[in-house]
Design a protein around this ligand. Structure first.
Ligand code: RB5
Length: 148
């Protein structure tokens, strides 16, 4: 699996923590920034990660900002992206099993690095359950194909 990760200035510490986790898990990743000492705009980081996921250049994406909300809104504008904003381990598991989410968003001003690490670990290792959930995800895909 190959993962693209990025954050704005509000998510740098968790981004570093998740990179460390992926190294421990021997997961290949590309870090798309930010290189920020100052304030940056989250869409400039969410959209490049989302486009890499949508094109298949990477399998998954992880985005962190202050709340995770801006990153998830921006990423979900890209066709083919199912970005889940997650702040608990149960949702991390469910959004992989039920929604086949391909991007994980988290907020560094909402949770600490320890919980973020557990969420990312579960999200990275849980498989999509398929079956009836695949029908539901396909309906989102169909809508994207016909309306967007
Ligand atoms: C930046 O101050 C903050 O707005 C951003 O990190 C994020 O929380 C937006 O949703």
């Amino acid at each position: 699996m190959k993962v693209a990760i990025a954050s704005d200035h509000g998510g740098v510490a968790i981004r570093q923590e998740i990179k460390k986790l992926m190294e421990e898990m021997e997961i290949e990743y590309i870090d798309l920034g930010c290189e920020c000492g100052s304030s940056v705009d989250y869409p400039d980081y969410a959209i490049p990660v989302a486009e890499k996921v949508a094109s298949g250049e990477v399998d998954r994406g992880i985005l962190i900002c202050g709340t995770g909300i801006g990153m998830s809104i921006a990423a979900n504008k890209v066709k083919g992206v199912r970005c889940a904003l997650v702040h608990d381990v149960y949702s991390a598991k469910m959004t992989r099993e039920h929604n086949d989410s391909n991007i994980l968003a988290m907020g560094e001003r909402v949770i600490g690095p320890g919980l973020a690490r557990e969420i990312a670990k579960v999200w990275l290792t849980t498989e999509f359950a398929g079956g009836r959930h695949a029908n539901r995800v396909n309906k989102i895909h169909q809508y994207e194909q016909t309306h967007l």
